[in-house]
Design a protein around this ligand. Structure first.
Ligand code: PBG
Length: 337
C-alpha cells in the first residue's frame, strides 16, 4: 500500500470523478441534452423585397423582408427547427395611439404568416399579439391619459389573435401581460373556428433591461414613453410570477414562457414543477447581445457559452428555448450528428 493521503479517510470508496474519467463515461451519465427540437427561432420582418438589414445591437441578426424570410425559414425547417416566432418592424407612419395596424387583416405580420405557411408548411408559426410594434408610443397596449388600459386592450388583442389565426398562425403568444387575456383569446379563437390554434402564454414576463436590443430591432426604443412597470412583473417577485402563471393555466394556456431566460431560471424550474405545462424560456435580445459582444472582443468563447446557456435552460426544466442562436445551433448540431 502506498503512502496514505489526507483525503483517504474522507473519500473512502466515494469518488465522484469515476463517472467523469472518460468521454464515454461522461456521455453515459449525461442528464440533459440539447437537440434541434428544443429550438424556436424569433425573426424580424420588414416591408419591401430583397431586404436583409443587419441589426446593429444584435450582430448576426437581420431584419428581413418577407421574401428573404421565406428563404431563411426554409433553411430553418430543413435543419429541423420546429417553430419560428415572428415580430414586425412596420413603417413609422403606420403607428398610432391605439396600434390600429394590429387590426388590419393583411398587415405585415399576417402577410408574412401567409407567405411562410404556403412556402414552408412544415414549420410552426408563433405570433405575438402585443401592440408595441404598432403603437406610436411603444407600449404593448392602448394608452389613455398615461395609463395602459387593460380591458380595451384585451378586446383588441383578441381580434388581432383571430386575424393572425385566420392568416395561418399555429400558436398565439400574447406578450402584453394584460389581465384576463388568455381566457379572452381562448374564447375568441374557439368562437371563430380556431379550436386547434394553441396559446403559448408569456406567463411570466419581467420588466427587464435585457429587452434593449429588441427595441432597436423593431424601432420602439425612441418611441417608448416611460417604462412598462405597470404591466410587466418586477424582477424582484417570484411568488407573484407564480400567481400570474396560475391564472394563465386556469384560463386555458397550452404552454407557457418565461422571459427573459438566464437570469430567471428559478422561475422556469418553479413553473415546470408547479404546473407541468410545456415550459419555454425566451433567451432575449440582451442575453444574445451580451454573448456576441464578449465573443467579438475575444473575451469568451462565444460558441461554447451559447451551447452552455441553452443546455442550462434544459437543466432548469425547460422544454425548449426561443433563441436568436437557433439556426447557428441547429447547424452545429447537424454537423456533430
Ligand atoms: C413586447 C416585446 C418585448 C420583446 C418581444 N416583445 C419586450 C419589450 O420590448 O418590452 C423582447 C424580445 C427580446 O428582447 O428579444 N411585447
Amino acid at each position: 500500500m502506498d503512502k496514505t493521503h489526507l483525503v483517504d479517510e474522507i473519500t473512502g470508496h466515494r469518488r465522484m470523478r469515476r463517472n467523469r474519467k472518460a468521454d464515454w463515461t461522461r456521455r453515459m451519465v449525461q442528464e440533459n441534452r440539447l437537440t434541434v427540437d428544443d429550438l424556436i427561432w424569433p425573426i424580424f420582418i420588414v416591408p419591401g423585397t430583397g431586404i436583409v438589414d443587419p441589426i446593429k445591437a444584435m450582430p448576426g441578426v437581420n431584419r428581413m423582408s418577407i421574401d428573404m424570410a421565406v428563404e431563411a425559414v426554409k433553411e430553418a425547417a430543413d435543419l429541423g427547427i420546429p417553430a419560428i416566432a415572428t415580430f414586425p418592424d412596420i413603417e413609422m407612419n403606420l403607428r398610432d395611439e391605439t396600434g390600429s395596424q394590429s387590426l388590419v387583416a393583411d398587415n405585415l405580420i399576417n402577410q408574412a404568416t401567409r407567405a411562410i405557411k404556403k412556402a414552408v408548411p412544415n414549420i410552426g408559426i408563433i405570433t405575438d399579439v402585443a401592440l408595441d410594434p404598432f403603437t406610436s408610443h411603444g407600449h404593448d397596449g392602448i394608452l389613455r391619459e398615461g395609463i395602459i388600459v387593460n380591458d380595451e386592450t384585451v378586446d383588441q388583442v383578441v381580434l388581432a389573435a383571430i386575424m393572425q389565426a385566420d392568416a395561418g398562425a399555429d400558436i398565439i403568444a400574447p406578450s402584453e401581460m394584460m389581465d384576463g387575456r388568455i381566457g379572452a383569446i381562448r374564447r375568441g379563437l374557439d368562437a371563430s373556428g380556431h379550436q386547434d390554434v394553441g396559446i403559448m402564454s408569456y406567463a411570466t414576463k419581467f420588466s427587464s433591461g435585457f429587452y434593449g436590443p429588441y427595441r432597436e430591432a423593431i424601432n420602439t426604443s425612441g418611441l417608448l414613453k416611460g417604462d412598462k412597470n405597470s404591466y410587466y412583473i418586477s424582477p424582484a417577485n417570484a411568488t407573484e410570477a407564480l400567481r400570474d402563471a396560475a391564472l394563465d393555466v386556469e384560463e386555458g394556456a397550452d404552454m407557457m414562457m418565461v422571459k427573459p431566460g438566464l437570469a430567471y431560471l428559478d422561475i422556469c424550474w418553479r413553473l415546470k414543477e408547479a404546473f407541468g405545462l410545456p415550459t419555454f424560456a425566451y433567451q432575449v435580445s440582451g442575453e444574445y447581445t451580451q454573448i456576441k459582444a464578449a465573443a467579438m472582443n475575444g473575451w469568451i468563447d462565444g460558441d461554447r457559452v451559447m451551447m452552455e446557456t441553452l443546455l442550462c435552460f434544459k437543466r432548469a426544466g425547460c422544454d425548449g428555448i426561443l433563441t436568436y442562436f437557433a439556426v447557428d445551433v441547429a447547424r452545429k448540431l447537424a454537423k456533430s450528428a
